[in-house]
Design a protein around this ligand. Structure first.
Ligand code: SF4
Ligand code: SF4
Length: 508
């Protein structure tokens, strides 16, 4: 049950914190103005350009800043000088020591992230919310093969792989393509990715190319020997657990799944893998979630949980009755935030409204989501930063890949915008009309006028699932109650709203 102590807000923010926040807001505003200036943009383009060997100048500059001895020409030296000046200034303003900064910049994943952000600004300008030069994260549905029969499966996965799945060689070429695009992280999902024989080979190849590599699995096959192999390749593992035994097994369609999954989680924790429990919130497990989090922490030993939104897609379309109401979602998100604030347990959610809840409850830190598989979480300490990081990341910071190489804006939004067998991901990312529609929050029905549209924007996959249009309202939100009521209680005069004639991409 949701305890009362989790339903009240924080008791205000101290005046020192408020002063600090105001100072950070001012700095962010200053940086925004500076980056909006044409000369700064030109400088940024120069810094982010490639040398004649195809090496990224910014990467060279960052590596030189950390003390690495990188061969470079006069241009690289000039770029390095500018970058080091900016980093020194920036770190002193935000109160980070240069030692700590250098330490984090030695990590290739951190450098890739910074390059992606700055290239995004150089290419697309200072947008709210921010659009990165390439997806930060690609969630790759690696196969449709699965050993469970989950009621809410977005891929309708089952006992067979799709006939046109990418081969091992093709999959490795995809990894190369994602590397040249500047993608930072790859999450292998499914179906059940561990059932594909080449998963460790291809994920290991991705690791060798410097990606942050994660795994979304049902965990049922993770015996100790598999956990050891997972540890060698993956940086992070997310395992689905939808409730206690009866609820989970009913949901997952296989008796005994709960026990095997719990074993899988324990085996990952025992190996020291960064492990997260993923729960899809429905009316069937809603009341169990607080106890499940307790169980995950105390009995399974994990320190991170992510609560997924139910999205009516794939087999999930056949169970719309399971969706929780906007009020219940609000209650759940508040609970998660307060639960996280009061303990070591990190509690996240894929509901973009989570950032609004965290902003309203505490003002800081603002937790925002952009990944359906939870491999990356961003926190903006100020509203100004949160406006950039910005809630739903579909087509903006993240995209999905299907087992046959189809590119989709989000794995919960099955609209094909290209295929990696014939298209470069980078080209699709830059030119897809649909992605540009998703990047413009001002045109969204029900959210376009909302003050939180940049830090939230609603789940575009839920909008598409319910209304067949990516720019329709997300009926999950307490500010969009009229749409929820129309869906739940259509009257002869008030039909469920249709947006196929409006701006935005409708179902085909
Ligand atoms: S109206 Fe839209 S943008 Fe505003 S809080 Fe609700 S879902 Fe988010
Ligand atoms: S559409 Fe956006 S909010 Fe919804 S699951 Fe995808 S990335 Fe998350």
């Amino acid at each position: 049950m949701f305890g009362r102590e989790h339903q009240t807000g924080l008791q205000g923010v101290s005046s020192t914190s408020k002063r600090k926040l105001r100072r950070e807001e001012a700095v962010v505003e200053g940086v925004k103005r500076w980056l909006g200036n044409p000369i700064s943009k030109l400088t940024l383009r120069l810094i982010c350009s490639r040398d004649k060997h195809g090496e990224n100048r910014l990467d060279i500059a960052l590596r030189r800043y950390t003390g690495e001895d990188v061969p470079c020409n006069i241009w690289d030296r000039f770029t390095s000088f500018l970058v080091s000046l900016t980093l020194e200034k920036g770190s002193s303003i935000f109160g980070y020591s240069t030692g700590d900064l250098k330490k984090s910049l030695r990590d290739e994943i951190v450098r890739r992230g910074i390059i992606n952000v700055l290239e995004g600004i150089a290419r697309y300008g200072v947008r709210r919310p921010f659009v990165s030069a390439a997806p930060f994260l690609v969630v790759w549905n690696y196969t449709t093969l699965c050993n469970l029969r989950c009621r809410h499966c977005y891929l309708r996965a089952g006992s067979k792989p799709a006939e046109d799945e990418l081969t091992t060689e093709e999959a490795k070429k995809v990894v190369d393509d994602l590397a040249s695009a500047g993608v930072v992280a790859i999450a292998f999902s499914g179906g059940e990715p561990l059932l594909r024989k080449d998963i460790f080979e291809v994920a290991g190849y991705a690791k060798s190319k410097g990606f942050y590599v994660s795994l979304a699995t049902n965990g049922a096959t993770i015996i100790p020997e598999v956990a050891r192999k997972v540890k060698e390749v993956f940086d992070y593992v997310e395992i689905s657990l939808d409730g206690f035994e009866e609820t989970h097994d009913q949901f997952r369609g296989v008796r005994g799944a709960w026990r095997r999954t719990c074993e899988g989680i324990r085996n990952c924790v025992a190996e020291g893998i960064d492990t997260c429990v993923a729960v899809t919130a429905t009316r069937y497990n809603f009341e169990e979630i607080p106890k499940l989090i307790e169980f995950a922490e105390k009995e399974l030993g994990v320190h991170r949980v992510i609560v997924f939104n139910y999205v009516p897609v794939g087999r999930g379309k056949d169970m719309v009755e399971a969706d929780i109401s906007p009020q219940e979602r609000q209650k759940l998100l508040k609970y998660l935030y307060m639960r996280m604030m009061g303990s070591r347990m990190m509690c996240y959610s894929t509901a973009p409204q989570y950032s609004v809840v965290s902003l309203e409850l505490a003002g800081s830190p603002v937790v925002t989501h952009f990944a359906s598989s939870g491999t990356m979480r961003l926190q903006g300490r100020t509203k100004a930063l949160a406006d950039f990081i910005g809630g739903c990341g579909a087509g903006r910071l993240y995209c999905g890949l299907e087992p046959n190489g189809d590119i989709v804006p989000c794995v919960f939004m099955p609209i094909v915008i290209g295929n990696v067998r014939r298209d470069r991901l980078q080209d699709v990312w830059h030119s897809s009309e649909l992605l540009w529609e998703l990047r413009n929050r001002d045109e969204i029905k029900g959210c376009g006028d909302c003050e939180y549209r940049y830090i939230c924007g609603g789940c575009r996959a839920r909008a598409y699932g319910y209304f067949g249009n990516v720019l329709a309202p997300d009926p999950a939100c307490i500010h969009n109650l009229e749409y929820w009521h129309q869906l739940r209680h259509p009257t002869p005069t008030a039909k469920a709203p249709s947006y196929s004639g409006d701006a935005g991409r409708a179902a085909t």
